[in-house]
Design a protein around this ligand. Structure first.
Ligand SMILES: Cc1cc2nc3c(=O)[nH]c(=O)nc-3n(C[C@H](O)[C@H](O)[C@H](O)COP(=O)(O)OP(=O)(O)OC[C@H]3O[C@@H](n4cnc5c(N)ncnc54)[C@H](O)[C@@H]3O)c2cc1C
Length: 497
């Protein structure tokens, strides 16, 4: 008989691992606490508007395609990939607006418009970080980091030294780029994994570089189309998804995981894979100290966590062609605005990411208007200084709207709001059990990457596995898809069907 697997959580990590295991002949049941699956990749829908809840930037499309080839399916039968150009429209507080194109001659024109020196610096930066990206992809992002030997092999160790030069992302960028807007544009993107470009390792400069080299993409209907496709495939392969069933505890006996305790009783399985956020699992679902191993409450409290986000969702009754799909607004005093999210305060100066999918997808705003996500990085809930009440939300909304209105053509935006909603760190915690309300889980800083990140396999129960943002290789949909491939290999290696 096939081995039975229970997966805790139907985020990207849980769904993609489920599909891979189904393909390998396992019997799979997924338990998800929420009504809709997808975890952070989710949606808000009204009669008129559809919003991607959180993830919106589709970079590095290969891992998205790989999951289809893993199960011998053609992704074109499930999804429509659309390439976005320009990748970003940049609005600067000093009034400059710049488009960053895939097309190299349009890009060069934009860059030379800044200065020839910065144009040259940009291309040198791309070339140098591309080399790091290739190393990183070959030796780290696509490889397991479970055993000390995975990092201690001389060749791997030398490669690690080559990619981890010891300046922060901002200083590293500054060696190539003199123009402040261009520097800040690149540094802003390094923050996508939830750590500060002013003290995070410079390896995350690979985010803007991968964007430039591989482009940004969009799924017709929004990011959730990918979840719909995964869900369809899971059902096709005989998997079972149980929504609105909360897992309360992981059950152990004699160095084995025997099942889970849920709101619908005890469920048994041969293998358990936890996709719920790793530190939350250790804190709340693994109750026996022995099975927590080194991830005791004390250790969890000493670990470093990514920042969170505050999002305003706006349904507008008017078109705003001044916006592109992905927009970045660089406020005054960029450094203060960015660093506050990591120092526990709200910024005085706002730099924002603005997502407007209705620019290319009519199905997202049926009123011939626009739908907008406006995203601000904010501290996670471990910082106690901020109370996420109506006062804070209203104050942030007013300030963000007044920044938006400073963009030429968006002066009347406030009068054209038909729908408004919010997401705060408290929602991240209550909706998804994101530990500390973070947006990206455990910080992928130098001391918490590769071998030093939690491992896929429990060291105390050899049939318990973990997948998701807080595991190797880190946060972001494409990396979590890699994480599901690596955990599946680990399961196949350790457990015979
Ligand atoms: C605001 C925001 C913006 C982002 N933007 C981007 C982006 O543009 N591009 C990108 O690539 N990535 C982005 N990311 C990151 C990306 O969305 C995540 O890294 C990825 O979706 C995480 O997937 P996951 O499977 O690790 O976890 P999750 O999505 O957190 O899934 C875990 C699942 O477990 C469920 N669960 C938790 N506890 C229990 C329980 N006790 N019982 C049952 N179920 C439980 C949760 O409800 C959830 O469904 C963004 C994230 C956020 C928050």
């Amino acid at each position: 008989m096939n081995k039975k697997v229970i997966i805790v959580g139907a985020g990207i990590g849980g769904l993609s691992t489920a599909l891979r295991l189904l393909k390998n002949g396992y019997e799979v049941e997924i338990y998800e606490k929420n009504k809709t699956i997808g975890g952070c990749v989710n949606f808000i829908e009204t009669e008129t508007f559809r919003f991607d809840l959180s993830a919106s930037i589709l970079m590095m499309p290969d891992p998205y395609k790989e999951i289809f080839s893993y199960v011998n399916k053609n992704y074109n039968d499930y999804l429509e990939f659309i390439q976005i150009d320009p990748t970003y429209r940049l609005f600067c507080a000093d009034g400059n607006t710049l488009d960053f194109n895939n097309n190299i001659s349009s890009l060069t024109k934009t860059l030379e418009g800044i200065s020839k020196e910065d144009s040259l610096g940009y291309f040198k930066f791309i070339a140098d970080v591309y080399e790091k990206y290739l190393i990183s992809n070959e030796y780290f992002l696509r490889k397991p980091q479970e055993k000390p030997k995975d990092i201690l092999k001389l060749e791997t160790f030398l490669k690690a030294l080559k990619i981890h030069t010891f300046s922060n992302a901002y200083d590293y960028i500054s060696k190539y780029i003199k123009n402040e807007n261009l520097r800040n544009f690149l540094a802003f993107q390094c923050m996508y994994i939830g750590i500060s470009p002013f003290n995070g390792p410079n390896i995350y400069t690979l985010i803007p570089v991968a964007t430039q080299l591989y482009g940004l993409w969009y799924f017709k209907g929004g990011m959730y189309s990918f979840i719909d496709a995964l869900s369809k495939l899971i059902i096709e392969f005989g998997g079972i998804i149980k929504n609105e069933v909360t897992v309360d505890e992981i059950l152990f006996s004699e160095d084995k995981c025997v099942g889970i305790k849920t709101s619908q009783g005890i469920k048994k399985a041969d293998i358990i894979v936890c996709n719920a956020d790793f530190p939350y699992v250790m804190k709340s679902l693994v109750k026996d100290e022995y099975y927590k191993d080194k991830y005791t409450d004390k250790k969890l409290s000493e670990m470093k966590y990514s920042c969170s986000t505050f999002i305003i969702y706006l349904g507008l009754r008017k078109k705003y062609p001044q916006l592109s799909v992905h927009n970045i607004y660089l406020g005054k005093n960029f450094k203060e605005g960015i660093e506050s999210a990591f120092k526990g305060t709200l910024p005085k100066n706002y730099s924002l990411y603005i997502y407007c999918p209705s620019r290319i997808d009519k199905s997202m705003a049926k009123n011939d208007g626009e739908c907008l996500n406006i995203m601000l990085r904010v501290p996670n809930l471990f910082f106690k200084e901020i109370t996420w009440d109506k006062y804070t939300i209203n104050m942030l909304t007013d300030t963000i709207l007044s920044e938006l209105k400073s963009i030429k053509g968006l002066e009347d935006i406030e009068g054209n709001i038909e729908y408004k909603n919010y997401l705060t760190p408290l929602d991240m915690e209550s909706k998804f059990n994101a530990y500390g309300g973070t947006a990206f889980g455990l910080s992928p800083n130098l001391m918490q990457t590769n071998y030093f990140r939690p491992h896929f396999k429990s060291s105390k129960a050899d049939n318990l596995f973990f997948v998701g943002s807080s595991l190797h290789p880190g946060p972001g949909v494409s990396l979590v898809l890699n994480s599901s491939r690596l955990v599946t290999e680990e399961i196949l290696k350790n457990i015979n069907n």
